[in-house]
Design a protein around this ligand. Sequence first.
Ligand code: ATP
Length: 207
Amino acid sequence: MSDPGARDGSKPRVGMMGGTFDPIHLGHLAIADDVRDALALERILFVPAGAPPHKPASEVTPVEHRVAMVAAAIADNPAFELSRVEVDRPGPSFTVDTVEQLAAAFEVTVILSAETFHELPTWHAPERLFAAARVAVVPREGYAATDPAWLSKTFPGREDRVTYVEAPHLGVSSTGIRARIAAGRTVHYLVPPTVAVYIADHGLYRA
Ligand code: ATP
């Protein structure tokens, strides 16, 4: 088996954790931490999507709120870093463009849950993603694990670019958090305390 954590050169080895982060929650943080640990990455870049291509703009919280929540969530972890690369780039946020941009400076491992990984064939130019980066796939509660046969069939020859990392199966989602807040329920132990405070202070997600 190839070693997906092996060094290609002298660039810093980073994980890329992209998402809408509307809001960021403990599921995101837990998988990022496990991937960093398992692959001995130097740090994880959290990359909020500016204009997510899969979601209508009117349904997404303004980007500066989502960025501020990511910053608040990761402030206590020196190995976690906020990247504004998608936020500051005009147009739709295609992950492959971000990965290629980051790959100029870093050896990149893109972190995807099994849910997102299975959607990869529908993404813009997925082949370019494998050319520029490795992929770490983590489980997501409620979604089937990736069948290696599916990978071989869908992206033949790319098997050695993918590694499967065990991580907590936390049944938490941004959709669920938004729904709880809209219903007046607590999210106290589903997001970091700093994020809970930000959400309350700015009145986000209320019905
Ligand atoms: P929404 O419910 O609004 O779709 P989400 O909770 O899936 O949001 P995103 O910001 O869209 O959050 O997710 C970014 C990435 O993190 C995606 O790959 C997603 O599958 C993954 N992810 C989100 N929550 C979890 C979780 N609890 N466990 C594992 N992966 C997760």
